[in-house]
Design a binder for this molecule. Sequence first.
Ligand code: FNR
Length: 232
Amino acid sequence: MSTITESGDPRPRSTGISSELPEAYAIGKSVSRQVRILGVAGSLRRNSYNKLLLKAASKLLPPSIELEIFEIDKIPLYNQDVEAMSLPEEVKVFKRKIEAADALLISTPEYNHSFPGVLKNAIDWASRPYGHNSFDGKATAVISAAPGLFGGIAAQDHLKQVLLALNTRLVPQPAVVVSLVQEKIDQDGNTLDLNTEQFMLQLIMNLVNLTRHFSQNGQTFVAPRLQPIIGV
Ligand code: FNR
């Protein structure tokens, strides 16, 4: 079994735990070109756990997978009158970013057993104008984080229903539902929990595999092995 250092990735790891995930790094070698994932957090909060979860994901990925995080805070409230005149500049930027990405990774908080209105608002804009849905056919994965015990599972269910309506190609498994997130990620976006790392990596590898399934060369990644532990 090789180590992280032997795999050639010079970046520091987020936790000591993650040195047990060498396979996750080896995957980078089998990829012929950079895979670009657009990350979107459904929270405007400065210290949002869902933003931190995306940051944590970006720290775990091999160099062949790029995760750009897009902030939705400048997207105005959806108004069909405004749309009829012209799309706001920030909406055009968001749509372009989605369309240019190979895949989407959305990290959602849970508000009252659903996903936040700010996220729905951003999604509604990007689905418009009619016939120009930026999500159409896009490989997409959803993750969630919450300080409570349920980790946002109800929010994920609602969000996935919307994303299915927009014809995304959703990655169903594994469910990455980070409960008690304050114990699992630090304020710099380092994961403190092996399960969170492993499940998140597995989901992202499944997401990348899905994009490759629909791409020309069909090359696939080797996903890290999961341990049979329930919790995230
Ligand atoms: C919450 N929160 C919450 N948590 C949960 O697990 N289930 C829920 O239904 C709700 N409902 C809810 C409603 C509203 C209006 C707020 C503001 C919050 C708590 C929520 O998980 C917590 O504030 C997270 O920290 C929000 O995510 P970010 O901003 O940290 O990413």
